[in-house]
Ligand binder design. Structure first.
Ligand code: ADP
Ligand code: MG
Length: 266
């Protein structure tokens, strides 16, 4: 039988978790090796990074510097070879595949360069999809999907298929899909890579608005013009962080848009 002290300790740990105010992401001394049989690629070489709630971080660096390897780890798609990754006080390094999938669905939202929408499925259905794994009733799921589509300005296009939407609109559907389960963090890997300049800034306006309302965002980009909309810039080289600085004179995407020609004008 558990002693009173043990029971108290257990309760304390239980009640403490939701109100813990620590960093959302804490990465300590992380190394990642890809084993290619004869050779090993040392893709991350001792990375330390802490991200607090409400930050907006841009990850930069040339091709092969380790950005995607690092994002895959943050996204719980892959685990470090050594070192620690703590996501909202959960030590991810110790979880198995099933637990990783669960934490991914509950805590993280993903946006990719290629939108990755299901083509025979409407905007609304695409956004509703991740809620199928959450414990939610049908009409609640639908309402929630509508709400996030309205948030990204697509309230009028719920029944459109991806082929009936522009690239920028498809990316907004993907952002809505990423938000529908109310993630703690939004992870975006080159989200503007397939978009023209004006549409890219429009997407950054959505990111800045979401960040203003408290969402933590980590964004990978190789474009300095896009990175400047974040609050903090982290630069990778050869598997290590070489620079980590706040962005000075950060522009507001909404203001920049006023200086760009409209789609009809150019
Ligand atoms: P970036 O996203 O900055 O271009 P990556 O993280 O994709 O960089 O790659 C970092 C290094 O790890 C590169 O040398 C790359 O070739 C290697 N690498 C990435 N993914 C794999 C993999 N799945 N298997 C083997 N090597 C990989
Ligand atoms: Mg990459």
């Amino acid at each position: 039988m558990a002693t009173l002290a043990q029971v108290e300790l257990k309760n304390e740990v239980k009640t403490k978790e939701p109100i813990s105010k620590g960093p959302v992401i804490a990465v300590e001394e992380v190394h990642k090796y890809y084993d290619l049989g004869e050779t090993k690629v040392h893709a991350l070489r001792g990375v330390d990074l802490t991200i607090e709630p409400g930050e907006f971080v841009a990850i930069m660096g040339s091709s092969g510097s380790g950005k995607s390897t690092f994002m895959n780890m943050l996204g719980c798609l892959d685990k470090p070879s050594s070192g620690k990754y703590i996501l909202e006080s959960t030590d991810v390094s110790s979880l198995d595949k099933k637990q990783l999938a669960a934490i991914r669905n509950r805590k993280l939202g993903f946006v990719f360069q290629g939108f990755n929408l299901l083509s025979r499925t409407t905007a609304l259905e695409n956004v509703e999809l991740p809620t199928l794994y959450a414990q939610m009733e049908k009409d609640k799921r639908m309402a929630r999907a509508k709400e996030v589509l309205e948030l990204v300005g697509l309230g009028e296009r719920l029944d459109h298929f991806p082929s009936q939407l522009s690239g920028g609109q498809q990316q907004r559907v993907a952002i809505a899909r990423a938000l529908v389960n109310r993630p703690a963090i939004l992870l975006a890997d080159e989200p503007t890579g397939n978009l023209d300049s004006r549409t890219s800034v429009e997407i950054m306006q959505i990111f800045q608005d979401l960040n203003d309302s408290g969402l933590t965002i980590v964004l990978v980009t190789h474009e300095p013009d896009i990175a400047q909309f974040a609050k903090r810039m982290v630069v990778f080289r050869d598997g290590k962080i070489r620079h980590d600085d706040p962005v000075r004179n950060r522009p507001r995407a909404a203001e920049v848009l006023k200086t760009l020609p409209g789609i009809d004008e150019d």
